[in-house]
Design a protein around this ligand. Sequence first.
Ligand code: SF4
Length: 499
Amino acid sequence: MFDMTKSKYVDYMECNNRGWLDKNRRNEKLEEDLSENATVQGGIEAGIMARGIFGDYTLIDDGSIDELASKTQLAINNHTSVICEATFKYNNNICKVDILKRNDDGSYSIYEVKGVTNPYTTASRKTMDRKYIDDIAYQYYVLTNLGINVTSNYLVYLNNEYVYDGHYDLNNLFIIENLTNAILLEFPNVESNIEKINRCINQAEEPEIIFASKTCKECPYNKHCYKVKEVPEKNSVLGLYKENKKYDYLNQGIKSFEDLRKNGIKLKPFNQRMIDSRLDNLPPFINNNELRYFLNSFKYPLYFFDFETYQNAIPKTICTRPYQQIPFQYSLHIMHEDGRLEHREYLASNYNEPRLDLIIQMINDLGNTGSIIAYNDSFEKSRIKELARDFPAYYEPLMNMLDRFKDLAEVFEKGYYYQKEISRTSIKDVLPSLFPNDPSLDYHNLDDVHKGDEASKAFVMLPTLDSESAYKLRSSLLKYCCLDTFAMVKIYQFLKSLV
Ligand code: SF4
């Protein structure tokens, strides 16, 4: 008989097929390295930190599920006030409660901890993400069926307004939201949901695949499902850029660019251009007027600028918040009107507080006039606003930079230039399309650091390394960030040559 856990219940509620695939096609699962997954790591950190919310606690660990369940029962018999990782098994349904708190009247409260700052599905924070309701409702089902009197259910998550001052104030670091009403509403469905999942898991044939954008993109079985549904590798609708309906198209049997055209489906300009260009083998498209107008709005000297950042679920740098992006490095290529190119850069050596020296050098390097050119500039502008907020002594010079920004990605996002090899507008997609034979612009030729998340990890690792390894990794970081801004220079020069 199949053992259900709360994470399986949540996954299978999102898509029953995942249960069937876990049982019958496990070898087709793309195994993720969870140590690389920031959300998973954030959840682990938050879970450990939240244990102390109610003071002293008893942690249930070390042992098989049956041993853990016995230890939990013993803690309950002893009227332990706070039990972390309290483990229960009802029939084949297992659950571990992050925090189980005994109330004054002898009843219990369930606290489920998540390492997220926004558990809602909308920015207006009106609709709680369904998976958190399912998660807690499953726990409530297991505990009540074992005769535990649970009277309230809470979701605990990180407060993105919390500012770390060197000591953790757990009551402010976490938001505790009472979901008891929602859980009581969902509870009557849990048993039939478990039965339905079990029926699906045990059926002989693979269930019909119905794609859903929310779940399939991140699903470890998506390659399997695309193969079963014969989604082509080339010119597939999955290659559409920022198109919410692509999974709906797949469900309607519209799988390729050819199918989209055959069905006369109207798309956003970037996607329409991509389809026409690929299917009709068109030469590059250049909107000369728009491109010239855009490039002429740049003012010399041109500052090609890029930050590297890291973030922590639980803030560790003073005056930062959960998941705040903390700049530790930048690269800057300065192009003067006469064509001269200078390079400047910053890489923090103060690993506890990388921002102050960065601000001072950045204000000096970026001067007061000239356009600051970034690729997707909203990221750089947001970091500068946060630096101004966190370091008020530098508020004015930092905020004065914002109006000088120009976003080079606009050229590709808005379609002033398009060629058929460009399927995304990120710099790492655009660059090899424009310069396919230039090894000096190939990120693959870099050592150790090839993309932003590798840069973040490298920086966090630096203080743990011996001086020789740290020197080598710092050089890799410098080369990587330098390529980001040099790539912008090359793209700019290429575009200039067209108009
Ligand atoms: S790819 Fe989609 S349909 Fe297939 S198992 Fe995953 S979530 Fe379900």
